[in-house]
Design a binder for this molecule. Sequence first.
Ligand code: C5P
Length: 409
Amino acid sequence: MVSLSNKRVLLGVTGGIAAYKSAELARRLRDAGAEVRVVMTRGAQEFITPLTMQAVSGHPVHLHLLDADAEAGMGHIKLARWADVVLIAPASANFLSRLAQGRAEDLLTTVCLAAAAPLAVAPAMNQQMWVNAATQANLVILRRRGVHVLGPAEGDQACGDFGPGRMLEPLELVAQTAQLFASGKLAGLNVMVTAGPTWEAIDPVRGITNRSSGRMGYAVAEAAAEAGAIVTLISGPTALPDPQRVETIRVISAQDMHDAVHARIDNIDIFIGVAAVADYRPAYVTAEKIKKSGEHMSLELVRNPDILASVAALTRRPFTVGFAAETNDLEANARQKLESKRLDLVAANRIGAPGIGFESHDNSLLVIDRTGSTDFPTQSKAKLARALIQLIAEKLHAAKQRSKTKSRA
Ligand code: C5P
């Protein structure tokens, strides 16, 4: 099944009769798990109403560039940053021409200029307009810039002609949009990710845990699956559903997580420890609920195994990536962790800053290894996870290349 879970699709609708299919497209994108925001040009509104697009996308439609209210809510830069992909469907001949020229005269063209996310267009126009040399020249420019051109299909047209220029059907567009996320950089590799908190029982009803939501680890697992890996996610207790295309194993305590990891570690190529594993657990778990008695009570704690360090210490070890949540001296502490746990890479998290970290949807990371560091600024955990997976893939391929050269020498 096609999945766009955790993906933010900015759907741009321009003026053409195929705009009637944009409502169906928004529905199908959401069925596939995407969050959809819609931007309509003035021309689009001649064919379909913003109200329809609002109803099917579940959010108010963005229409104007210079609208103080809209800019105060989600302005053009915020919209551009929000998107994981910008999909223009239908893309009229006029819009393609404006895009090729890099114009910023209305909201949609401006968002396209401001977005760093992949840009895909689904052209829809009369077949003669499609074959026109001007349109074709614009497409050459756009393709050269990395714009993905989806379709068009050939067939009967609303104007009575027959030929190329029909917008692809919504389900086909959903499938092709999902394909844009499949980098294949980890094709065939086995990846294991730990995520979420652990729960260290004190008695049958109480326990020690932490505020990890599991979102970052789940996003990393999904991004690895998107990159073509076979992914096993070992998750502590979270409220999140199992990610699609990922084998998810639910555990409770750090010891359970340790055992689940080591039972499956043999053929793993990349291990990413995102879980916020409790360092200590109660020395004794009582079979019955502890009753309150005196004014004070003490709990004896014992150390839990360090799962990440135990994986990095294996003789046939995978490429091992750790996370470090730090409130201060981010880089120094992360470097120390890199060395003490003998890791290949550490992704360091600034915690304590407003709007990022444990329970939020956004995060920022400083990723370090022995050759240097890469800074990923605050963005959605899904976007961040994709960037991290790309970096891990590059580092792993570089390490493989180095060991090949060494063994040849
Ligand atoms: O040592 P610290 O807890 O700061 O290290 C964090 C990293 O180590 C994370 O990647 C976390 O998943 C991992 N870890 C672990 N087992 C532990 C403690 C931490 O795998 N018992």
